[in-house]
Design a binder for this molecule. Structure first.
Ligand code: C5P
Length: 219
């Protein structure tokens, strides 16, 4: 069974998808980490994220992989776990720019679909229910008011950057959401058959319970 969780940045997808996968005993794939890994690799290679021709020429040699480990998929670049390096707003912005390009999305498509071959999967991203797994049995679109999402992101990022302000985080996630929603390639939008959950007034535990309840009904 495939469970998809899409939505804008800071809606709580990562926390909730971990909890849902744990409760159901499903594996978990964070596809945002794949795009962030591409962003990291491009920055390390000195590739201009806005130069489509340069990105297309660089992509064939790019080695990104997702390896199952302890119930989740670990994202690797050149065989190295990228997790410690990708959780910044800067990497989010690189990911967002690169993910608007069809060649980048195509490069990651098979990798994402392969993750579902091993068994039941919870996957989170922007286009899980619309493009990558259109036939998924349970689809959710998780959102929240922008101020709520910015406050959540700030709490996550502040320990690493004490100078960060709510205004800056709000501006960054608003511009990222705008770019993700308005692009022609796999724009951020709910699948027609997705259950939309506004988490502005809900705790992660409440959202998790709603999702797990629905998946159990469908199974
Ligand atoms: O979810 P996360 O903030 O880690 O994603 C980083 C960026 O990667 C998003 O802003 C989006 O541009 C891109 N992304 C995407 N499609 C996905 C997952 C992430 O375009 N399935």
């Amino acid at each position: 069974m495939i469970v998809t969780i899409d939505g804008p940045s800071g809606a709580g997808k990562t926390t909730v998808s971990k909890a849902v996968a744990d409760e159901l005993g499903f594996a978990r794939l964070d596809t945002g980490a794949l795009y962030r890994a591409v962003g990291l690799a491009a920055r390390l290679a000195g590739v201009d994220a806005d130069d489509q021709a340069a990105v297309a020429a660089w992509l064939p040699g790019l080695a990104i992989d997702a390896r199952p480990q302890g119930g989740a998929f670990v994202v690797l670049h050149d065989g190295r776990d990228v997790e410690p390096l990708i959780r910044t707003e800067e990497m989010g912005a690189w990911a967002s720019k690169l993910s608007a390009q069809a060649a980048v999305r195509q490069k990651l498509l098979e990798l994402q679909r392969r993750a579902a071959l091993a068994g039941d999967l919870v996957c989170e991203g922007r286009d899980m229910g619309t493009v990558v797994f259109p036939a998924a049995q349970a689809k959710f679109f998780l959102t929240a008011r922008p101020e709520v999402r910015a406050a959540r992101r700030l709490a996550e990022l502040r320990p690493g950057d004490p100078t960060l302000t709510l205004e800056r985080v709000l501006a960054e996630i608003t511009s990222r959401d705008q770019r993700d929603s308005s692009r022609s390639q796999s724009p951020l939008k709910p699948a027609a058959d997705a259950v939309i959950i506004d988490a502005s007034e809900l705790s992660p535990a409440q959202v998790t319970a709603q999702m797990v309840g629905r998946v159990r009904q469908l199974r």
